[in-house]
Write a protein that binds this ligand. Structure first.
Ligand SMILES: [Zn+2]
Ligand SMILES: [Zn+2]
Length: 253
C-alpha cells in the first residue's frame, strides 16, 4: 500500500523481473495508483480517482498560532515579529511559506510523493500550492519559478527530484515555466542526520548558480525543517543578482 513508511524505496521505478505475470502485476499496480479505492490519509472509501476523501481534502490544516513573519517558525510569545534565526542573521530568502505542518496530513502526502513516487500526490500538491499562490498572493508577482536541486547521485538513486516535480506542476498552473537556476555540486550527508547547528555548515558551497538574473524568484521545496537548505539556495541565487527569493514548501517542521 502507499503509506508504508519512510524507508521504502520508490515503488514506481520499473525493475526487470523474471517472475511470471509481470504484466498483470504492473496493470494491477497502475490501477491501484490511478483508481485508489481508499483515502490516502484516513483509509475511508473514496470516489473513483479521488486520492483523498472529502473530509480529508477539506480538513488539511493550515499553520496556526503566533509565527515568525519571515519564516513561519512558531514564536514562544506574543509581541515578537521574528524568530531568533530571522532576527539575528540574513537568511537569504525574503519570505518562506508552507501549506501546513509536517506532523499533519501534509507530511504524509510529502512522504507518499518522496518515497513512493506517487505522481497523483504530486498533482494534488501542485494544485494546492498553485491555489495558495493565486488565492493568497503571499509573494506578489513572481518572475521565475525554480527548485532546490539534488546532487546527481541522489537523483539517480531516487529516480526523480520531488522539488522539481512540484515546481514544474506549479509553473504550469500559474503560467510561469519552472527553470533550473541551481546545481548541487557537492555531495552532503543527509541534513536529517545532523543537529541544527551543523546543517548550514554541511551545505556550504554545495550549490552553484547556473543562471543569474534580476527578478523575483519563487524557490520550491517539499519540506522546510530548519530552513538551512533553502537558506543556502537563496544566498546562492542572490549572489547571482536575483533580487528577491520567496520560498514555498508543502510542509513545515
Ligand atoms: Zn480521508
Ligand atoms: Zn523566522
Amino acid at each position: 500500500m502507499i503509506m508504508s513508511g519512510d524507508t521504502q524505496t520508490s515503488s514506481y521505478v520499473w525493475r526487470p523481473s523474471s517472475e511470471p505475470h509481470l504484466v498483470t502485476r504492473v496493470a494491477e499496480g497502475l490501477a491501484s495508483v490511478l483508481f485508489p479505492p481508499r483515502c490516502l490519509l484516513c483509509g475511508e472509501g473514496t470516489e473513483r480517482l479521488a486520492l483523498l476523501c472529502e473530509r480529508c481534502t477539506q480538513g488539511l490544516p493550515t499553520l496556526d498560532g503566533t509565527r515568525c513573519h519571515r519564516c513561519q517558525e512558531p514564536l514562544p510569545e506574543e509581541g515578537l515579529d521574528l524568530c531568533r534565526a530571522c532576527g539575528t542573521r540574513n537568511r537569504g530568502f525574503d519570505l518562506a511559506r508552507s501549506l501546513g505542518s509536517y506532523a499533519s496530513g501534509w507530511g504524509r502526502l510529502v512522504r507518499a510523493l518522496k518515497f513512493d513516487g506517487e505522481r497523483a500526490v504530486a498533482r494534488l500538491l501542485c494544485a494546492r500550492l498553485a491555489a495558495y499562490l493565486t488565492d493568497e498572493e503571499p509573494f506578489g508577482t513572481i518572475g521565475v519559478v525554480t527548485y532546490v536541486p539534488m546532487s546527481r547521485s541522489d537523483r539517480r538513486k531516487r529516480g526523480f527530484n520531488q522539488a522539481h516535480l512540484l515546481a514544474q506542476g506549479i509553473g504550469r498552473r500559474i503560467g510561469i515555466s519552472a527553470r533550473r537556476l541551481l546545481l548541487k555540486v557537492r555531495e552532503t550527508p543527509p541534513q536529517a542526520a545532523l543537529p541544527a547547528s551543523e546543517r548550514r555548515e554541511n551545505l556550504r558551497g554545495a550549490f552553484h548558480l547556473i543562471r543569474s538574473g534580476r527578478g523575483k524568484v519563487l524557490l520550491i521545496d517539499d519540506i522546510f525543517t530548519t530552513g538551512s537548505t533553502v537558506e543556502a539556495c537563496a544566498h546562492t541565487l542572490k549572489s547571482g543578482g536575483h533580487k528577491e527569493v520567496f520560498v514555498l514548501t508543502v510542509a513545515r517542521a
